[in-house]
Design a binder for this molecule. Structure first.
Ligand code: 3PG
Length: 473
């Protein structure tokens, strides 16, 4: 084989699938993995694509196999493994070659690596990839950060293998240094929130309203034909009717309710706090995963406090109410996510293209949905700074928020936890409060710390006529 178009290091599920995807699009790929024989196994399993894959025995072999200037894609676990690999690659590469970290790296690591690499002359891109194994094989969404011209060099391959939406690619350069990985992290935070709200509505339907699983599946399937049409609703419909072959029971009955997480949702939250962004729905979703993992504590609580009834068939909620509750929750959660992206864009001077981000999430990634196309259109309008205020979404919220309220109230009344849906409702109520409870906070701050407050009737900073404790009668 002549020199390969791109190198790929890390042949786990995502890496292996991506190598096949690259080969499938007429490019040649040199592949290597730390585990011996993995590249040969990939080539052996690649069938007609095998001639486009060069199985390399070492990093040096891989680098020598590439057309200059070289592009090397890393698909290894985030963290130290990426630094170690970069350390090994740098002496083998030349100035002008590009390393592309396509793992789930923390954007702060990506910023650091971009800065360090500048002095070596090697270029660095941080590219967030979403779509799971199937996406990696047949078209993921890609969120790139780094130098625009470095992306320009690899873009022909990356856009060719990415998903498309009505002919438009779902891969794009979003900004300098860590911008791509930052956007991927917010994508994952939204993913956590979307999943949590769906799980809460599922629990209301099945555990609360006692709707049989096959019917629950049909309802999700129906929703997937309407405004909620999305990959996550589609798989929820399928999951709801899947049986466990071992026990012949519904698979959901045998899956332990302990949610895992690799950390990206948590990173989103941490960064939201740095930015002063309210992502309360994502926060609720991360907290719910944390608490789901505290199983012994929950078992103790259920014994001590006689768990919630979990059975409320008499509640007056229709599937249409629940659909609208999810629609409202989803709009609010995405409004928070895009608001956070806007704040980050200002903070890091990235000029993130918000409509472009909504567009590239329309297909290929885990949160892909029809609604993202409407969001992209709404975000194009420069005169609104919150997705909830965009006329098309404001109108939907006016209709759907009362159903969200009805759903949350029924759940709370029956002791069923709906943290993400409740957080969405509280955000909405705060967003439409011209006056909140923060006057009391300001008074308390001034009382104990003389921090001062503004007044409603004139400009300036003022203090209250507080009576110190030692003077009070
Ligand atoms: C991923 O990026 O791998 C997933 O979309 C999110 O992973 P998690 O649920 O394990 O954090």
């Amino acid at each position: 084989m002549a020199h390969a178009d791109i190198g790929l290091i890390g042949l786990g599920t995502m890496g292996g699938m991506l190598a096949l995807n690259i080969a499938d699009h007429g490019f040649t790929v040199a592949a290597v993995d730390a585990s011996e024989g993995a590249a040969d196994r990939l080539k052996a399993s690649a069938g007609s694509l095998a001639s486009s894959i060069r199985a390399c025995a070492s990093l040096a072999d891989l680098v020598q196999s590439l057309t200059a200037p070289r592009s090397v894609l890393l698909l290894v676990p985030a963290g130290q493994a990426v630094d170690d690999l970069i350390g090994e690659l740098i002496p083998l590469l030349d100035s002008g070659d590009t390393i592309i970290d396509a793992g789930n790296s923390n954007f702060r690591d990506t910023q650091r690596r971009c800065a360090a690499m500048r002095s070596d002359g090697v270029r660095f891109l941080g590219v967030g990839i979403s779509g799971g194994a199937e996406g990696a094989r047949f078209g993921p969404a890609m969120m790139a950060g780094g130098e625009a011209d470095s992306w320009g060099r690899v873009a022909p391959i990356m856009t060719a293998i990415s998903a498309t939406y009505e002919g438009e690619t779902c891969a794009a350069w979003l900004g300098p240094d860590g911008a791509g990985h930052f956007v991927k992290s917010v994508h994952n935070g939204i993913e956590y929130a979307d999943m949590q709200m769906i799980a809460e509505v599922h629990a209301i339907m099945h555990d609360g309203l006692r709707i049989p699983r096959t019917q629950v599946s049909e309802i999700f399937h129906e929703w997937n034909q309407g405004p909620l049409a999305s990959y996550l609703i589609e798989i929820t419909a399928k999951i709801s009717s899947t049986m466990d072959p071992e026990t012949d029971r519904p698979i959901l009955d045998v899956i332990l309710d302990k949610a895992g997480q690799k950390g990206t949702g948590r990173w989103t939250l941490i960064e939201a706090q740095h930015l002063g962004a309210n992502v309360s729905v994502i926060e609720a979703a991360v907290a719910a995963r944390n608490m789901s993992a505290a199983l012994p504590q929950r078992i103790r609580g259920a014994e001590l406090f006689a768990g919630a009834s979990g059975n409320w068939p008499e509640a007056d909620l229709t599937s249409n109410d629940l659909e609208h509750a999810l629609i409202a929750g989803k709009i609010i959660c995405y409004a928070q996510g895009f608001d956070m992206l806007m704040k980050a864009s200002e903070e890091f001077k990235w000029k993130l293209p918000l409509p472009g981000i909504a567009k590239l999430w329309r297909n290929g990634c885990i949160i892909r949905s029809g609604m993202l196309n409407d969001m992209a259109n709404a975000l194009e309008s420069a005169d609104q700074n919150n997705l909830c205020f965009a006329p098309s979404f404001a109108n939907v919220l006016i209709n759907s928020a009362p159903k969200l309220r009805q759903t949350v109230m029924a759940a709370l009344q029956n002791g069923t936890p709906v943290p993400a849906l409740s957080a969405a409702l509280c955000y909405f109520d705060t967003l439409r409060s011209a006056r909140t409870s923060a006057n009391m906070i300001q008074a308390q701050r001034d009382f104990f710390g003389a921090h001062g407050f503004e007044r409603t009737d004139r400009h300036g900073t003022f203090h209250g006529p507080w009576i110190p404790d030692d003077k009070a009668e």
